[in-house]
Design a protein around this ligand. Structure first.
Ligand code: APR
Length: 239
């Protein structure tokens, strides 16, 4: 089958070898923090200092992390697929900017971004690289203490769902990379893509809980299996 339009869903596993934590692995973030305390609107209302501290640490970890071979391979895939008249869309659950720093251009952050702040008073978003706190002033409206990380918390609606559904309907190949398939709606994208006629592939360290839904799966560290898969895919696409 001719592959022309590829949609990739990436999760924390693709950034694991860049040194950024995953959530549900043995030493994952949810084994060290209660997600109810740091990744819900209630948690933020109850203790904004704790939540700011959690995201400030992750934002500063980003400064010492670099894109790895898997991010770079996906950026190459996009460039070469466009050159061959196709397209690559990355839908990422990650809030890091490693896909962009690797050179990927079409990246949809469905769970928001660490490097963005959202003001609860004027509802504007601002690129934000420094720490956020309860005493931080919004650059747009000047109100103090209403800025929050621009990250989608449990119980909130993921961003860009219309664009994501449009991309899933148009793709002929759906590939999930480094995600446990535990969190919806992202975990349901493989079924949606399959029903809409796409071939589906899982690239992960180990079979996820959605593994049986995929047509095929390859398992191992992303920095090893993603570049191999990209090279094989590009070799099969007429240029
Ligand atoms: N290479 C490839 N896959 C890996 C690697 C690696 N080096 N290391 C871990 N993985 C896999 C794990 O096997 C697991 O299936 O990555 C997946 C990480 O799963 P999670 O920690 O659940 O992360 P993710 O799927 O991105 O979580 C989804 O849950 O908490 C929310 O908002 C958060 O976006 C996150 C969402």
């Amino acid at each position: 089958m001719q592959v022309r339009r590829i949609v990739l869903l990436t999760g924390a596993g693709i950034s694991a070898e860049s040194g950024l934590g995953t959530f549900r692995d043995r030493d994952g973030l949810w084994t060290r923090h209660r997600l109810e305390d740091v990744a819900t609107p209630d948690g933020f209302r109850r203790n904004p200092v704790l939540v700011h501290d959690f995201y400030n640490r992750r934002r500063s970890d980003l400064k010492t992390a670099s894109p790895n071979a898997a991010h770079l391979a996906l950026a190459r895939l996009e460039q070469e697929m466009i050159g061959a008249g196709g397209s690559v869309t990355i839908v990422t659950q990650n809030v890091d900017d490693l896909h962009e720093r690797a050179g990927s251009k079409t990246v949809i952050h469905m769970h928001g971004e660490l490097l963005s702040a959202l003001c609860g008073a004027c509802e504007t978003r601002d690129r934000w690289e420094a720490d956020l706190g309860v005493e931080t002033e919004c650059r747009r409206c000047g109100v103090v203490g209403t800025l929050r990380p621009d990250v989608v918390w449990f119980g909130e609606i993921p961003y860009h769902m219309t664009n994501i559904q449009r991309a899933l309907a148009a793709c002929d190949l759906f590939v999930a990379v480094g995600t446990s398939g535990e969190v919806y709606p992202a975990a349901g994208f493989v079924e949606m893509a399959r029903v809409l006629g796409a071939a589906t592939l899982e690239l992960n360290l180990e079979p996820s809980s959605s593994a049986r839904v995929f047509d095929a799966g390859r398992y191992g560290p992303a920095t090893e299996i993603v570049p191999v898969w990209v090279a094989e895919t590009l070799a099969s696409v007429p240029h």
